[in-house]
Structure formats: structure tokens, C-alpha cells
Design a protein around this ligand. Sequence first.
Ligand code: HAM
Length: 449
Amino acid sequence: MPRKRKTPAPAADAATTAPKRTRKRAQLLKGFKDVLPKDEQYWDHVNRVIGKAASQYGYGKIQTPVLEDAGLFVRTVGKGTDIVSKEMFRFIDQGGDDICLRPEETAPVVRAYIEHGMQNLPQPVKLYYHLPMFRRENPQAGRLRGFYQFGFEILGAGGPVVDAQMILIAHNICLDAGLKPGEVTVQINSIGNETSREEYIKELTNYFRSKRKYLTAEEKKRLTKNPLRLLDALMTSKREYFEDAPQILDWLDEESKNHFMGVLEVLDALEVPYVLNPFLVRGLDYYSHTVFEIWPTDKEGKSQSAIGSGGRYDGLAEILGGQETPACGFAFGTERLILALKEHEVKLKAKKMPEIFLAQIGQQGKVQAMKLFEKFRKEGVGAYENFSKDSLKAQLDQANKLGVKYTLIVGQKEVLDGTVLVRDMESGVQEIINSDKVTSEMRKKLGSK
Ligand code: HAM
């Protein structure tokens, strides 16, 4: 015997008796960004530019995990750097491991190079990446906590020519992306080898001690931790007090000087414009010899924070337990490059948009239109649709807004007749085409083979 079903309480009653719960709206974390379809063309554009540079200069793509042992960065980027001392998203996981979200990609690339025995491959090994990075910085325009970097690293290659070519590649990427030569400048310096750097750091520390009155408590702390980074910061924030700071170029030994002169000669020969910046020291501990940054200018010609930066890091592989490996590279902040492209109103190649809208009426019409859509898709003919809409008027309005050339309409009559109604959106002229022939006819009309 069929069981009697309980009659459910009317929905209206439930709605009036149950108090409405207001739920907290989910929110993005501070300093993080969603990339929405309106910016898709910029990201596609950047990916195209770096993909092209990678294939032209012979770089292979590498992807490393987003989580790494925190020690990887402590040992290489350096304890005294802002990145390691305060910006890493670092935590002890359930197994007691000290791990972090990667704040940069040079150290992971070198780790992978050693771990996969890439030093046994023909040298140099050229790698590139485009990956999300994480730094718990104070967010502001162009400074995020979650951002993308694309970078190029050449491992197993010494000599000034290599540094010059890396700078050339970085500069070419800016031009290929659509920036004009005056809209970016290459800032370059040398921080020499370890011996000359140690001497210079002593001198710099003494100099800053003599200028203590201009330093904040935080800056004094930095002086003991990382004088090079302090110089970097002060040259942006209070340059006027420190113009007479010792310049590292005066402290370079013969080897370092020769290397740097070699880099500048090649840049001159290749006509890569650069600005010698004696106070550019970067601040990541793994650098030696050449360091450089790419600074964009705004519309008024004022320099903005670096869109790209890099340098030579000959000692990094050894710190990570590998053999001595001369290496050089750079990375760009993707969001910063995109900001520069927007600032200078760089025109992007327009994406090819569909010229057809597939409209339908009634359930059978919908199914037939879906079949047609699949046929178009397989043959590489782009089409818009809105199968969730029932009203033909709404669909035609949408087709109009999209600016398509033709709207193809499939209703019950067309399903029965095996036809499609093709409407020329500009003239309003309609014609009936047999469904079997509609893809080839539309190709002809759109001028594609
Ligand atoms: P970096 O200067 O720390 O160098 O970062 C490289 C680029 O990433 C910067 O020039 C900037 O455009 C972008 N960037 C850095 N921090 C942020 C942020 N908080 N928000 C948005 N963009 C940011 C490195 O990371 C080195 N690994 C570069 C390198 C590669 N050196 C040798 N090879």
C-alpha cells in the first residue's frame, strides 16, 4: 500500500516565520588580487611576449611548487633582508616542517637545478617561469602580497657577455610588450665579488654611523642587519642627506672592475640604453657583480618602482649544496608591467571575437542550436550563445550588443524543416539555409575557408 506523504509546510509560512540570517560577505585577503576577464587580454599579451622571448633565446619553462622549505630562502635571499625577516608567509605545518609560500623564484630554480642534476646537462641551462609569489608587504599601488613574477635564469654561464644579454632580453621584453624606449630605463651597477663587497660594507656602515641623526630607529636596526638594503631604501626616501655616501664602484677589485667594464662595453656595442646608478645595490644576499633594475616612467616622465630586476648570483648554487655555478637572471612583476602598459596606453592586439550568435526558441530549438554550436566549435567557427534565455528578443538584443554580423535562429519550425534562419544584423535581411550546409555557408559569408 502506498505510504501517505506528509504535506510540506507552505513555503510562504516558512519564509515569514524563520528569521532571515544575514551572512558575512566573503572577502579577498588584503593585498591579494583577482584577475578578471576584463584584464585577460593583458595577461595573454604578457604570456605571448615572454613565450616568444623564451623560444627566441632558447629558454625552457620550469614550474616549481608554491610551498618550499623556509630555509631555502633564509640561506640564499638572506636573514637580514625584509623578504626573509618580515615578509614571508611562513608556518610550521602539521608534520613540524618549517615551510613558506615562495617569495621569489631564483632560489627554487637553483634548488631544482641541483636536485635534478642539471649541472650534468650541457651548460648553460636556460630556464624561465611565470608563477605567483607571496610577500607580506604593506599593500599599495603595484605592491601586493600575492603577485606574479615572470623571470629568466641562465645557469652555468659566466662572463660579462651573459649579463649584458640578460639585460638586453629584459629590455627587449619591455619593448616587445609595447613600451617605447623612453618609457623604461635600465639602471645598472656592480656590487662586485664578496671581497670587495665586504670592504665596501665596512665603509658604508662607518658612513651611516656618522649620519645617525638622519636615521630612524628602524633604519638604525637595518644598519646592523643589512647596510646595503638600507642604502637602497634611503636613496629613494631621503636621498638629499646621503648623496655623498661611498659608492661601491670605488671599492671594486680588479676582477670585479673588469667584469663590470665588460658588461658595459657589450651593452654599448648592442646599443642597449642604460643609466649607471652607483647606489643600486639590490638587497638580496645572493647577488654578486652586476645588478640591474628596469624602471618605468609615468606619463610625466617620473620614475616608478622597478618593474623588473635581476643580477648575477654566482655563489647561490654552492650555498644550496651544489657545485660552483656562475649564473645570472632577472624577474618582472607581471602586475607592475601591466600597470605600465596601461599608463602608456599600449594598444594590444585585439582578440578575434565570434561574428555569429546562435539563438533558439523552444526546447527542441535549444537542443538543435546546441548541436549546431558543437558543429561550429569542431570546425573552428566561433559563435556566441545564451542557451539559458528563452526570449528571442532578449537574445537578439544581446547579439546586437555584441555586434555580431549574423544571428542564426533555430525554432520549432526550423527543427522540423531541418533549416536555420540566418539574419544579417546590419541589413536585417533573413534567409533560410539547410542545417547540413550552414557551417560551410557561414564560413563563406565570413570569408574563412
Ligand atoms: P625582486 O626585485 O625582489 O627580485 O622582485 C622582482 C620583481 O618583482 C620586482 O622588480 C617587482 O617588479 C616585482 N615585485 C616584487 N615585489 C612585489 C610586490 N610586493 N608586488 C608586486 N610586484 C612585486 C627577485 O625576486 C629576484 N628573484 C629577481 C632575480 C631573478 N634575480 C635574478 N634572477
